[in-house]
Design a binder for this molecule. Sequence first.
Ligand code: SAH
Length: 241
Amino acid sequence: MWRATILTLYPELFPGPLDASVLGRGRAEGHWALDTVNIRDFSDNKYGSVDDTPAGGGAGLVMRADILAKAIDSVPRDDRPIVCLTPRGRPFTQTRAHEIASGPGLIALCGRFEGIDERIFAAREVEEVSIGDFVLAGGEIAAMAMIEACVRLIPGVLGSASSLGEESFEGGLLEYPQYTRPREFEGRAIPDVLTSGDHQKIAEWRREEAEKTTRTRRPDLWERFLSNGPIRRGKNKEPKR
Ligand code: SAH
């Protein structure tokens, strides 16, 4: 079973939002599992401290590599990637979510304070991952975001698998805009084409909107989309590991 193990100073934060809705049901039904390891249990002193002042001086505290190594070594690896959530990491993407979702699971190390002693990354083959260009107070919410993105891709977790293929990022584009009843809301109508019943026209309109939205909002994605050439539907769905 796909399993996430979280190394954290705040295990009580889990599963938190990961137990709501389809993910919670998926966990109850045995599609995935979650456990936590309290890093503080591996402290070597009576105060339970896991950090120390930064070498070279400066503000704050840094989590110690020796204590983190003991915490990591207590977890059965089971061929799972070990990731550390950090703003210095490689940006997390839908492609990486697919790769991790199709594997055996994930071991996630959550930082706090100023961050983590650099030596742990090479010492335990830790992949550094960022969820965006902003700074959180800790890695827990970042780990939850990453786990949620992966778990919803596990077969059986979302009700209708067909909704996955057309989503933002799946074909290299952002999704087209969505509407539902009422047909008119505060003087704004649903675009006529969507109520025309003409499936061909609807597909064309959605495609154009997806391209326009990507081009104007995310020129970086649009450039990559163009340089990848025309994408067959579903081609980017499940990259092979
Ligand atoms: N001093 C660090 C930031 C520490 S923030 C720096 O400037 O790079 C404390 C912890 O929050 C980090 O160790 C990390 O685990 C988490 N965190 C903060 N921002 C994050 C982000 N964008 N993505 C993933 N984790 C993040």
